[in-house]
Write a protein that binds this ligand. Structure first.
Ligand SMILES: Nc1ncnc2c1ncn2[C@@H]1O[C@H](COP(=O)(O)OP(=O)(O)OP(=O)(O)O)[C@@H](O)[C@H]1O
Ligand SMILES: [Mg+2]
Length: 277
């Protein structure tokens, strides 16, 4: 059996009976330790997919399994929420307590973790997101990026197998974006947490190992950043951009420079350009 953490099989979803489908026959599986970006124009079904992947929604047709547990069965609800944590766009809507420590502990109370185990788990989770020094602070005094890291710590404390982040950096400034993405990338690398990173930022997608593209409720592309971003015409037809370095590479090649198609981030591109001197 494959080691799938999140698995959607032939999933369709309609918000209202008789309405159009927000997702149409989507089959996607995410293995242990994968770091996947999900792209797609507004309304393409990314958030719907996210909420199906952690059991907030149940498919209209098809099945979703989290660590092999069918999300349509009520008996698994808590285990599924614990295994697949979700981070949303707005940092201010996710923090519930007036002190960081209590906020991170909140989910643990819900899943019945013994109280003597809580402080250790809370501190470890805050350390993992680089926020341990802020344990006694009030969340409202933190920056957006710091608040998102606290939200991530609250999930980490529950020892999840997967993190699903739905445009977690959309409301942040560039520094906050960078800091949240780096934390998630490190958690993926060091702890093997499966990450589904929904984003509109192409430069973030270029840093993931797998890129999935949604269009009108369907999964239309699925591959490495190299495989997906070299199809710039197809992406533009879906009203998506390519990462800035991919666009630059296209331009430089058109002017006759020998630039590898694999150059998708600033460092690699700088190396390629220097080789042309
Ligand atoms: N609560 C809802 N009730 C009815 N229809 C909805 C609801 N939420 C989303 N939809 C519809 O479902 C489809 C997919 O929406 P979804 O929010 O999943 O897209 P998205 O890719 O996350 O978009 P965005 O980039 O704007 O966040 C759209 O047609 C949208 O209008
Ligand atoms: Mg959305």
């Amino acid at each position: 059996m494959e080691d799938f953490i999140l698995e959607a099989k032939n999933v369709s979803y309609a918000y209202e009976e008789g309405e159009g489908m927000a997702l149409r026959d989507v089959s996607l599986a995410f293995r242990r330790g994968e770091l996947t970006a999900v792209l797609g124009h507004n309304g393409s079904g990314k958030s719907t997919l996210a909420k199906l992947l952690n059991g907030l929604y149940v498919p209209t047709a098809g099945t979703v399994a989290v660590c092999g547990m069918d999300t349509a069965l009520d008996e698994h609800t808590w285990e599924i929420r614990q295994a697949a944590g979700m981070v949303f766009q707005n940092p201010d809507n996710q923090l519930v307590a007036s002190i960081v420590r209590d906020d991170v502990a909140f989910g643990l109370e819900n899943i019945g973790v013994p109280s003597d185990e809580m402080p250790g788990r809370v501190e470890a989770a805050l350390r993992d997101v680089g926020m341990l020094d802020f344990i006694d602070r009030a969340p409202h005094t933190l920056s957006g990026g710091q608040k998102q890291r606290i939200a991530i710590a609250g999930i980490l404390a529950m020892r999840p197998k997967a993190l699903i982040l739905d445009e977690a950096t959309a409301m942040l400034d560039p520094k906050g974006r960078q800091e949240v993405f780096s934390v998630v990338e490190r958690l993926n690398r060091e702890q093997g947490i499966t990450v589904v990173w929904i984003t509109h930022f192409m430069e973030e997608a270029a840093r993931c190992r797998r890129v999935v593209v949604m269009d009108q409720g369907r999964c239309v592309m699925d591959g490495t950043p190299g495989e997906v971003f070299t199809q710039s015409e197809k992406l533009r037809a879906m009203r998506l951009d390519v990462p800035p370095m991919v666009a630059l590479g296209d331009l430089l090649r058109a002017r006759g420079l020998k630039i590898s198609r694999e150059a998708m981030d600033v460092e690699t591109m700088a190396g390629e350009v220097l080789q042309c001197r």
